[in-house]
Design a protein around this ligand. Structure first.
Ligand SMILES: [Zn+2]
Ligand SMILES: [Zn+2]
Length: 219
């Protein structure tokens, strides 16, 4: 049991570890002659307490694996904050670089059931006349399925990746143009970088949150 617990502890709470079968042998190598020497370490998955080598699933979705999604969430937090204020090997000067926090949302494909709030923060009635609960399954579904533009909604999600790529290409072109530079000269003088996350809205449309930063020639 203690050995099994030690093996499981290495998974950091992953609930769907990947089970690997196989073996690994490490040999010592004489760095002068390149000659392979003694066996230093040998690992055989069948000899492990669980009968397999277990590795984290690293799934990003909390619904699939809460522990791995949490690790991903924290990693992402550090990645993005270090890009905003420096740290973790990034210069603190980035904090003074121009950046934008933007949300990219799909157009309307037709009205959906929602929970509108007034400026005071209290929830108003949906257009269907109902006060929807937060976990009402109707939320995000079309008010009128006969007129909702499902085709456009599907096309939007399918093309969300290429749309983003196109946006980033045209953004660089536009920034270069406004700076009065050719694209080649712009690339030599500045860099546009971004961090983005994709999310599903209640209505099932992909939308992006992104931090976009411009760095100068000095880094
Ligand atoms: Zn996991
Ligand atoms: Zn409604």
């Amino acid at each position: 049991m203690p050995e099994l617990l030690r093996q499981l502890a290495g998974l950091g709470g992953c609930t769907h570890p990947i089970r690997l079968d196989g073996h690994r042998t490490e040999y010592g190598v004489d760095t002068r002659t390149g000659e392979i020497g003694n066996v230093l370490h040998r690992l055989d998955s069948t000899g492990l307490p669980a009968g397999h080598l277990l590795v984290r699933c690293n799934n990003r979705r909390a619904t699939r694996c809460e522990a791995c999604a949490e690790v991903y969430r924290r990693d992402t937090f550090h990645l993005i904050t270090s890009g905003l204020r420096g740290g973790k090997g990034i210069s603190e000067r980035v904090a003074a670089h121009p950046r934008v926090f933007a949300t990219f949302t799909a157009p309307s494909f037709g009205p959906v059931h929602n929970r509108p709030t007034d400026p005071a923060g209290s929830v108003r009635r949906c257009r269907c006349g109902v006060h929807h609960d937060q976990d009402d399954a109707a939320l995000g579904t079309p008010l009128d399925p006969d007129t909702y533009d499902y085709e456009a909604a599907v096309l939007w999600n399918t093309h969300a990746g290429p749309l983003w790529r196109r946006f980033s290409t045209y953004l660089r072109r536009e920034v270069a143009k406004r700076a009065g530079l050719s694209q080649r000269t712009f690339r030599q003088n500045a860099r546009v970088s971004f961090a983005k996350v994709a999310e599903y809205q209640k209505r099932g449309a992909v939308h992006f949150h992104a931090v976009i930063r411009i760095d100068g020639p000095e880094g």
